[in-house]
Design a protein around this ligand. Sequence first.
Ligand code: M6R
Length: 609
Amino acid sequence: MCGIVGYLGARNAVSVLIDGLKRLEYRGYDSAGVAFLNEGALKVHKKVGRIAALEESLQALAPQTRIGIGHTRWATHGRPSDRNAHPHFDCTGKFAVVHNGIIENYGELREQLGARGHRFASETDTEVLAHLVEEAYEGDLCAALRAALEHVRGSYAVALLSEYHPERLVAARKDSPLVVGLGRGEYFLASDIPALLPYARQVYLLSEGEMAELTLDGARVLDRQGEPVAKEIFNVDWDAEAAERGGFPHFMLKEICEQPRALRATLGSRVTPEGDDAVLKEISLTLDELREFTKVTVVACGTAYHAGLIGKYVLEKLARIPVEVDLASEFRYRNPLLDAMTLVVVISQSGETADTIAALREARARGCRVLAVTNVVGSTVAREADQVVYTWAGPEIAVASTKAYTTQLLVMYLLGLLFAKARGTRTAAEIAEVTAALRKIPAQVEMILEQKECLRELAEKYCHCENVFFIGRGLDYAVALEGALKLKEISYIHAEACAAGELKHGTLALIVEGVPVIALATQDELLEKLLSNVKEVKAREGTVLGVCLGKKEEVARTVDHVINLPAAPSFVAPILAVVPLQLLAYYMAAARGCDIDKPRNLAKSVTVE
Ligand code: M6R
């Protein structure tokens, strides 16, 4: 999705902006642009396509400038083009804006502005902002932006630069993240922290409705009324290295390989020193309070939703509490049955997914308590939920979510154990057994990663197929859904998951000679049933890749290729079983020459509805 950077200080602003935009590339974009002051005049350069094209167009110019704003656009209003790329200007060319989010009433604003003589250069919703600022400006840039935003309905993170103020940047946010980076005598704006990592480790995280004013004398945060806000400094302790590729050909592969570390970090101090129990100290609800909940509703999107599906099995099995799982985009419009006795759990790697945030707000408005599982400290979801449990996966850059997913699963197991304790549904010995199995997971993932080469060979064999089916029963079905999503989003191969028992109710019609079917066979209690489904596929001459725990003769006998996971209890198998599926997807996409970290049409952080 769109990205914003802004800079004011002694460095060459254009270099800082380009570097910052590159660090936001992972979010997905289709065009990029910068605006800066050059010898007092406001200049803009924007290009459809990659940032490299923009950089090249600037090279001949080599502008020396100390102030500027930059943007990567992911088209919502108007196709990707040079014209629709940000920054956008007013009629006089004195004000330039960049914007993330959507201005919902832009149509009527555009009509009104047009009637008052404004002329538009793009098809975007954003451009109305520049014209509104032009109308509101009476010498005070901050006041002009505030007045302009009063007309606007929708979501925004916006930064404004004007020729009238060569040493001032102003910005504002509502429903779209924005941070201010505090350097020594230099100040930054960014929609995401990774853009700032090499420059500033101290940031202000702007809250809803806040504005920022950056001058060479400092950065001020103001509320909706223009009153200064005493803002806490947030110290970013991420390793810049961690946000870079570190020798891997793609972030996705790096992140797959980081899973043992991410899982260890997420489990970390959440296991008692004796190793027989799990604790989630960050949850301030007492066991008595937890016991009072009569239902859990998990809400999320994409991969995080798949983590929620596993969470349903886990919580229902361990704690015998009913769990519903909803897609955030559906939840918010279906008038869900919620009451104060429902705990709503939102899962989001980024903590900035628009639909998930809206669902969280809906749940809170209905009096529910909300627990967030997120990977990004200080994200909107983290700030607005009542309780937060962080996945300590470290920055996830590739669009395809991998280490965030496995750490989300781990947190769902920890939550399950907590609820089981509160509800008295499991004995101490049973809790110790699950905890012990979870503690072995990071090392077992390491063992799976050692099979990388075999998985690559397998992937290369099947990379030219047009369709792949994933089947499984119980927890394996939820893993199948994630496997299919991973494959389709990065390789563009059509991939579909089917509950194995459902095959003969429709999907079997698509199984013909040679069609690859990946059968998840980790659920011992359901293995016999699953193998009957595999035989249905074999009878239609489909090719089956089986994934099972340890060595299972009956699986090896029935399928064409077998992927053996380390032996583990079926109950914790999803965290293991997804890893070969991630690697297969990765190597199939690599063999097809796909743009793995930035798949077409997708964005890392989906900040629009
Ligand atoms: O940041 P979030 O976890 O809220 O993101 C949710 C989805 O957009 C995300 O999981 C998406 O499905 C990934 N591209 C899947 O790999």
